[in-house]
Design a protein around this ligand. Structure first.
Ligand code: ADP
Ligand code: MG
Length: 324
């Protein structure tokens, strides 16, 4: 059963098409990420689904019901934004109780649900704190608890981890994924971070200028991008000439380096240590191939190549994906 369906959805702001004829079907319980650069229309799409803004054209279905004209409060959606948007004068518990009060749920029932939601985001024990007495990560957990406490049909998350530092962001990514799986809640996450999209999602929708570029599973989008934009937005792409005159891409980890020849001669320009991996920037020194500069990535199991070293570069034809 599809939980969210967009049919030809467009949103214009004057001459800007913030959403341009977007189709999307999200299945019950699925985790889909909308990935795109700043200004590509990610927030616009979430706002349209949430009912915070109305489309210029197209139809929006939630749980099979046409909600195109339905106001936000009739859509039973949990929302989390990058700015935590907590009520500063209320305690953590009062913040989480708030959406229940709006829905006329009070007393022991409300309290029980709020405590349960706070447990689910691992904040039990902090019920009486004010938001200002919490870290950024904790505040975002409160926002998450507030978004799930009324058992929404759908969870919409707009760059929820964007304000957090890297380590905390990675921790919360894992927790978010676990929570989503436990609740089985249909989730749409917006991010401009390709690693976040690749690591969290069942499927990724790549957006540019309000237009869908590709909807695919993470591995497919990464290895079989629909076009050059997706290829470059999802990571580093080496573009190589194809026999038919077209272009193909090879991802850095599929490039093999050897000190013993057998491939194309190249010089190591830069070796960048990334922890688990080393990234090599290479200059092909033989006949120009349409790919004079390349990037390779290899697990760091030392010793690594050094800048200036001569190596030979090769790749399997199966790792070349044609791009347009
Ligand atoms: P993203 O979330 O991917 O950064 P947005 O959905 O916020 O992108 O914006 C998409 C485009 O629509 C941008 O060009 C933005 O300037 C424009 N836009 C968004 N909201 C409005 C608005 N309320 N009025 C006018 N233009 C808007
Ligand atoms: Mg946005």
């Amino acid at each position: 059963m599809s939980d969210i369906r967009l049919e030809g959805v467009s949103k214009r702001y004057g001459s800007v098409a913030a959403a341009d004829n977007v189709d999307l079907t999200v299945a019950q319980g699925e985790f889909v990420t909308i990935l795109g650069p700043s200004g590509s229309g990610k927030t616009t799409l979430l706002s349209l689904i949430a009912g915070l803004t109305a489309p210029t054209a197209g139809r929006i279905f939630i749980g099979g019901r046409d909600v195109t004209a339905a106001p936000a409060q009739q859509r039973n959606i949990g929302l989390v934004f990058q700015s935590y948007a907590l009520f500063p004068h209320m305690s953590v518990l009062e913040n989480v109780l708030f959406p229940l009060g709006v829905r006329k749920i009070g007393g022991a029932e409300a309290r029980g649900r709020a405590i349960e939601a706070l447990k689910q985001v691992r904040l039990d024990g902090l019920e009486n704190r004010r938001p200002s007495q919490l870290s950024g990560g904790q505040q975002q957990r409160v926002a998450l608890a507030r978004a799930i406490v009324f058992k929404p049909d759908i969870l919409l998350l707009d760059e929820p981890l964007g304000a957090l530092d890297r380590k905390l962001r990675e921790e919360l990514q894992v927790e978010l994924k676990q929570l989503q799986r436990t609740l089985g809640i249909t989730t749409l996450l917006v991010t401009h971070d390709q690693e976040e999209a690749l690591s969290l999602s069942d499927r990724i929708m790549v957006l540019n200028h309000g237009k869908t570029q590709q909807v695919a599973g993470p591995a497919e989008a990464y290895l079989k991008p629909a076009n050059r934009f997706v290829a470059e937005f999802l990571g580093i792409a080496n573009f190589v000439a194809l026999p038919d005159g077209g272009q193909g891409l090879v991802r850095p980890e599929r490039i093999r380096l050897s000190a013993n020849g057998g491939g194309k001669p190249a010089r190591i320009v830069e070796a960048i240590y990334l922890g688990q991996m080393v990234r090599y920037h290479l200059a092909l020194t033989g006949a120009l191939d349409g790919a004079p500069a390349m990037v390779a990535a290899a697990p760091f199991v030392g010793p690594a190549y050094s800048p200036g070293e001569q190596v030979s570069v090769s790749w399997e034809s199966a790792d070349v994906w044609p791009v347009t």
